[in-house]
Write a protein that binds this ligand. Structure first.
Ligand SMILES: Cc1ncc(COP(=O)(O)O)c(C=O)c1O
Length: 505
């Protein structure tokens, strides 16, 4: 009869507390610890359950329970007639010798791959702003959705289609896709039907999915300069930093000739044609045609980020680019601006051939957007509340905007800060004279209770201009005036500490 191989000496098991019960669990924990600190090593043969029970003076069933648990967790391997061993697979994951210290709870930056630094930078720049002037799209006062939103939410979540259910369609709830398709056809001249609509957790996700689906490993993308950090951050953090071509914008929007000269064969262009972000001008018809002609000729995609075009104060909103070329344009819309950002609902409208790839990419990200809110929003749109809400906030923001322009002109010396002309949207850009550090200014302003974002990080390296994005919201004139005065005093104090400053206006 073959001899049973020699089992290890009994592992050092101390501290079993017979009075507190759960001996099986205590023994399991002690054996796991013995592996962690290296007194039991991968491949070691364990004593039989009878031996260990005898040595510890506990019931054999207790030892069996611990062994079974550790087998289930993958710490032990049991082979018939060969006994139980510490799993050899642990050899690759065991802490280094002498590792009786606690496992590290945070990796050092050098042990992380390059994108981690880009992600960390984005986290810093995207810290949510407090709900004070001039944070964008804060649903307070008259800008908040009215009681209809709450009523629909309560009803639909309790017993309607929004009640708890299994996994839903990753493309989005059909009722919402139909409502969105009808809304964008009517209000944005988008050419689509519900089968082309993919519900997202906001435009940010739409941009991410578009990058995953449209850009191959070596593909180049055009991005406006300046641009929303949400798109440049994605390209920087997914290893595409060197294939992101920053195309300048002028009064007519993205400079297509410059883009062609820089990277004619780019695979995609990310643009904000209705309301350039952050500067605010619409893309001219000539530029729209030039961009589409380039895209058609080169088989490139255009990703249209249409984040707040509903809010044009003089005249009708500009029609979408998608309506001119539905086969070349991926259209991204959001409810963050016209409703509220914490809703996290938006949509991508894509050429039919791209629908499966977009759906698959988002399944791998988060399966789908929570269904209950999709049902509530579908009802909000189809019952006419969204149109009413947009009409109301258009009036509120038009009023706040003109009040704010007056306050800024009154309190901020013209040689230090002046406004970028624009007639739409939910924010204003206040340019600052050269030499004022807008990032520092924004952080001082937040500390003083005024929420603003710096413009210079939205430019490519070396091209930044100092400025601030001031969001409109439902804030009262009194709140806005107080905030403008604080902002003015910070700007003035920064001028004093910046002796060689030139001014530009
Ligand atoms: C230009 C632009 N695109 C996209 C977004 C992201 O919107 P969402 O909240 O839908 O992710 C924003 C948000 O501020 C934005 O300003």
């Amino acid at each position: 009869m073959p001899r049973r191989p020699q089992a290890v000496d009994l592992p050092p098991i101390s501290g079993l507390d017979r009075t507190s019960g759960h001996l099986g669990r205590q023994l399991t924990h002690a054996l796991r610890e013995a592996i962690r600190i290296g007194s039991l090593k991968p491949g070691d043969l364990l004593p039989s359950t009878r031996q260990l029970a005898g040595a510890l003076d506990i019931a054999r069933g207790t030892v069996m329970e611990a062994y079974e648990q550790l087998i289930a967790e993958g710490f032990f391997d049991a082979q018939p007639r060969a006994g139980t061993r510490v799993a050899s697979a642990l050899a690759q994951s065991r802490p280094v010798a002498g590792g009786s210290q606690k496992p590290a709870t945070h990796a050092t930056p050098t042990s992380l791959p390059a994108p981690a630094a880009a992600f960390a930078k984005v986290a810093e720049q995207f810290k949510p702003l407090p709900p004070v002037p001039f944070a964008v799209s804060i649903p307070t006062g008259p800008a908040a959705p009215d009681a209809a939103w709450r009523r629909l939410g309560n009803r639909i979540r309790a017993r309607g289609p929004g009640a708890p259910s299994g996994y839903d369609d990753p493309q989005g709830v059909k009722a919402l896709r139909e409502a969105v398709a009808e809304y964008v056809r009517r209000s944005r001249s988008v050419q689509c039907d519900a089968a082309q609509v993919i519900i997202t957790t906001g435009t940010q996700q739409g941009l991410y999915v578009a990058c995953q689906v449209l850009l191959g490993a070596t593909d180049v993308a055009w991005v406006e300069d300046p641009a929303y950090r949400g798109i440049t951050g994605i390209l920087e953090s997914t290893g595409r930093q060197d294939r992101m071509v920053r195309v300048p914008v002028d009064d007519a929007g993205i400079d297509v000739d410059a883009g062609v000269a820089m990277a004619k064969d780019a695979r995609a262009a990310f643009v904000t044609p209705s309301h350039q972000y952050p500067l605010g001008m619409p893309m001219s018809m000539g530029r729209r045609n030039a961009l589409l002609a380039w895209a058609r000729k080169n088989g490139a995609w255009i990703v249209e980020d249409d984040y707040d075009s509903e809010l044009r104060y003089a005249g009708h909103p500009f029609p979408s680019l998608q309506g001119l070329a539905p086969d070349r344009v991926v259209y991204l819309g959001t409810f963050s601006k016209i409703l509220f950002p914490s809703l996290r609902l938006g949509y991508a409208i894509v050429p039919e051939a791209l629908v499966p790839a977009f759906c698959g990419a988002r399944v791998l990200m988060d399966r789908h957007t929570p269904s209950a809110d999709q049902h509530v929003l579908a009802a909000f749109i189809t019952e006419g509340h969204l149109d009413r809400h947009i009409r109301r906030i258009r009036g509120v923001y038009a009023d706040r905007r003109s009040q704010l322009v007056g306050m800024l002109e009154r309190w901020i010396p013209k040689d230090l800060g002046w406004l970028q002309p624009s007639d739409q949207g939910m924010h204003l850009v206040l340019w600052l004279s050269h030499g004022i550090d807008d990032v520092l200014l924004a952080s001082r302003a937040v500390e003083a209770g005024v929420a603003v974002r710096a413009v210079s990080p939205m430019y490519s390296e070396g091209n930044g201009r100092p400025g601030l994005v001031l969001g409109l919201g439902g804030f009262s004139n009194k709140q806005m005036e107080a905030a403008v005065r604080i902002l003015a005093s910070i700007i003035l104090s920064m001028r004093k500490t910046t002796p060689h400053m030139q001014t530009t206006s």
